[in-house]
Design a protein around this ligand. Structure first.
Ligand code: MEV
Length: 425
């Protein structure tokens, strides 16, 4: 069984990390090859989007220590921001002490929308659609035999009346579609296009837009974790201080949209990087997350932080998670396939459960830092290395120049150049 704990991983060379990953996750060198090469050939890319002239790389790191629903999982994260992988790994270690992350998902139900305009009587048309609901669902159910074979298909149909808008009233028909292990956009869009002529003949109106909604609020992923209060203590901070600091930080995001946006951005640092590593559509996840965060009419935190009866810190996160493991880039991008393989996930739900757990871990990492020593200290050493490189340092001088800047608490290119000159002249 894979363990997600690999000691000293941080200090290994890239080559050694790959070897350890292979051994720990019982993978062949071939299965990790896409991480070595970046995975995608220009020829493959040319089939993915238009006007391709090349490729664009991002770092791929592995978050350690994650345990989700009792299973250890090594989590691939693709992003450019320092401290995120380290933060998630450290928080996963703390969460492990409290039993790891417990995560669930709702059925993979996506919503397809049809906008019906030019309807004479909206309320009558609405009821006429409901009278034909079973036929419409049966028709939509036939569009994707593969999905159907795996237990997916059309599940329900709902009609909303929009009384007024810049063009007056119209109807919105929601088709609820179980997309199983797919992200689902293709199936849902096709089904909506298929139903349009029938909806038009039932209502006498015109079906205008036919497209899935990224507010995938039927496809929610949920994760919770408990951190023993004693494990939160560090430096001069007691566990209780850290816990209460995190809870107060959450309270800020709960009531203030300006803070909630940044708080949720921290969650998305974790979420998006796994979504990207697995070839999923992160714009869809972002759109769904922020729309969901506004569902009460006021934008708020996606997570909650509080304590249990024993005074331990308890975190929860609930958000839409429309990710797939079949179709699209997940299927054609070799690095995305390698990422899915590394995590050992067999269903889109399992992937969603890991992603939401990483989001929660990442949120905790940010709040813990903000509520105690501030965010800059953690960022400082990696940032200092980047500044040292920008100043011209190479090899072991990178570490030396960076360390001196951190010690001086001055991380600036001009200072890096001076320090470098001191070492080289
Ligand atoms: C930075 O990428 C993310 C944070 O701003 C999140 C937060 O403030 O909670 C640190």
């Amino acid at each position: 069984m894979t363990t997600s704990r690999i000691s000293g991983f941080y200090n290994m060379t890239i080559e050694d990390r790959r070897t350890h990953l292979m051994d720990t996750a019982a993978l062949t060198p071939e299965s990790l090859l896409p991480f070595t090469t970046g995975g995608l050939s220009p020829e493959a890319a040319d089939h993915m989007i238009e006007n391709v002239v090349g490729l664009y790389s991002l770092p791929l790191g592995i978050a350690l220590n994650f345990q989700v629903n009792g299973r250890d999982v090594l989590v691939p994260m693709t992003l450019e921001e320092p401290s995120v992988v380290a933060g998630a790994s450290f928080m996963a270690k703390l969460a492990r002490a409290g039993g790891g992350f417990t995560a669930t998902t709702a059925d993979p139900l996506m919503i397809g929308q049809m906008q019906v305009i030019n309807v004479t009587n909206l309320y009558e048309a609405k009821l006429r659609i409901y009278e034909k609901k079973n036929e419409l669902i049966a028709e939509a159910d036939t569009i994707d035999p593969i999905l159907k074979k795996f237990g997916g298909g059309a599940r329900d149909l709902e009609v909303r009346v929009i009384e007024d808008s810049p063009i007056g009233g119209f109807l919105v028909v929601h088709l609820i579609y179980d997309v199983r292990d797919a992200m689902g956009a293709n199936a849902v869009n096709t089904a909506c296009e298929r139903l349009a002529p029938q909806i038009e003949s039932i209502t006498g109106g015109k079906v205008h837009l036919r497209i899935l909604s990224n507010l995938a609020d039927r496809r929610i992923a949920r994760a919770r974790c408990t951190i023993p209060v004693k494990d939160l203590a560090f430096d001069d901070f007691s566990g209780e201080e850290v816990r209460d600091g995190i809870i107060a930080a959450y309270a800020f995001a709960a009531v203030d949209p300006y803070r909630a946006a940044t708080h949720n951005k921290g969650i998305m640092n974790g979420v998006d990087s796994v979504v990207i590593a697995t070839g999923n559509d992160w714009r869809a996840i972002e759109a769904g997350a922020h729309a969901y965060a506004s569902r009460s009419g006021k934008y708020t935190s996606l997570s909650t932080w509080g304590k249990d009866a024993d005074g331990n810190l308890v975190g929860t996160l609930e958000m839409p998670m429309a990710v797939g493991i079949v179709g699209g880039a997940t299927k054609v991008h070799p690095a995305a396939q390698a990422a899915v393989k590394l995590m050992g996930v067999k269903t889109a739900s399992e992937l969603a459960e890991i992603i939401v757990s990483v989001g929660l871990a990442q949120n905790m990492a940010a709040l813990r830092a903000l509520a105690t020593e501030g965010i800059q200290r953690g960022h400082m050493s990696l940032h200092a290395r980047q500044v040292a490189i920008a100043a011209g340092a190479s090899g072991e001088l990178i570490e030396k120049v960076a360390a001196q800047m951190v010690a001086e608490k001055v991380v600036r290119i001009d200072r890096a150049e001076e320090i470098l000159k001191g070492f080289t002249s």
